[in-house]
Design a protein around this ligand. Structure first.
Ligand code: NAD
Length: 316
């Protein structure tokens, strides 16, 4: 065992089924009374449910969140924050909505309650990636870390099989890279192994039966663990490749992770035997890069960058 540094994030996590009902109590704990609810255009129904739940504490909504957190969208949302005099942010959705909440928190330090509806894991990190003129840059700050995260499995039940598959593999990617992170530590490696195992085990079942709640609970548990890994230790080649490709060519986030992961892991394998052993154990296969490739194929996920919009001329 090598020496290590272990640091945890000061964050409150509420996990379970039906936990959205605890939102009013969480707002009371934070002492806030004018919430701005954030979402993507497709999640207006969930915004309406939140407005009903929190009543007079719903100051307004902004449903313009999009992928890769473009600065011009954040600036429009900031106008809403100012005009409403919001004193807290409620972000319901996947990583795109969480990213918008974080970008606003970076500018305002408003407290955030994040209610994830995918497996992206952004809610567990003090990092935001913002895009301006096709260039994505990441920034880290304690202001960005959400104060409260409410995981409610009921909100993940609507995720279609295809989105569940790629979002789940996106989560697995955080844990895989945590296993060979320069600043890895034993606790995070345990979480990474558990997270990879939980997700890899249930994703095929979810793709066959998206309404299987027991499988959905395990997947959300795995996604939380993988998100903790992402927030706790440094990411490497895989995340940097996806970041550059996503920002430059506006490639879809989770799909890009799904395509790149087996290749990035195969490339790193000779230099990371301990990580490979742990990932093998979690996946229950001798070769984790091939195992992840097979998993993606079984789930019907994309396998090439061409399939998801990468232009051949962009390779240089
Ligand atoms: P997303 O948030 O863009 O969601 C994809 C689509 O699925 C959206 O149209 C959304 O409305 C829909 N959706 C979300 N939840 C749903 C549900 N339960 N049922 C049906 N539809 C649903 O995608 P994502 O993969 O969650 O997030 C991607 C973004 O997150 C990227 O911008 C990425 O950079 C960012 N991200 C950031 C971090 C970080 O730590 N900073 C980590 C992971 C991802």
């Amino acid at each position: 065992m090598q020496g290590f540094v272990y640091q945890t994030s000061p964050m409150r996590v509420v996990f379970g089924a039906g936990t959205l009902l605890q939102l009013p109590g969480e707002l009371t704990r934070l002492g806030v009374s004018r919430a701005l609810v954030l979402a993507t255009p497709r999640q207006k129904a969930q915004v309406a449910a939140i407005n009903e739940l929190i009543g007079a504490r719903a100051a307004g909504v902004f449903t313009g969140a999009v992928m890769h957190t473009p600065v011009e969208v954040t600036e429009r949302a900031m106008e809403t924050v100012r005009s409403l005099q919001a004193d807290c942010l409620i972000a319901i959705g996947g990583g795109s909505t969480t990213g918008l909440g974080k970008a606003i928190a970076l500018r305002t330090d408003l407290p955030q309650v994040v209610i994830p509806t995918t497996y992206a894991g952004s809610e567990m990190t003090p990092v935001v990636g913002q895009t301006r003129d096709g260039i994505k840059t990441t920034q880290s700050s304690p202001k960005i870390l959400p104060e409260v995260v409410i995981y409610d499995v009921e909100l993940t039940m609507t995720m279609p099989a295809g989105l569940s598959a790629i979002s789940g593999i996106n989560a697995i990617a955080h844990a895989v890279e945590a296993l060979y992170a320069q600043d890895r530590n034993p606790i995070i490696s345990l979480m990474a192994q558990e997270g990879i195992g939980a997700l890899a085990h249930v994703l095929p079942r979810i793709c066959e039966q998206p309404a299987d709640k027991a499988a959905r609970i395990d997947a959300l548990y795995g996604a939380w663990l993988c998100g903790v890994c992402l927030g706790a230790v440094g990411m490497a080649l895989h995340h940097k490749l996806c970041h550059a490709l996503g920002g430059l060519f506006n490639l879809p986030h989770a799909e890009t992770h799904t395509v790149i992961l087996p290749h990035a892991l195969a490339y790193n394998s000779p230099a990371a035997p301990e990580a490979i052993a742990r990932a093998s154990g979690a996946l229950g296969v001798p070769g984790p890069s091939l195992g992840l490739y097979d998993l993606a194929r079984r789930l019907g996920a994309p396998k090439s960058l061409r399939e998801i919009g990468m232009p051949e001329g962009g390779i240089d």
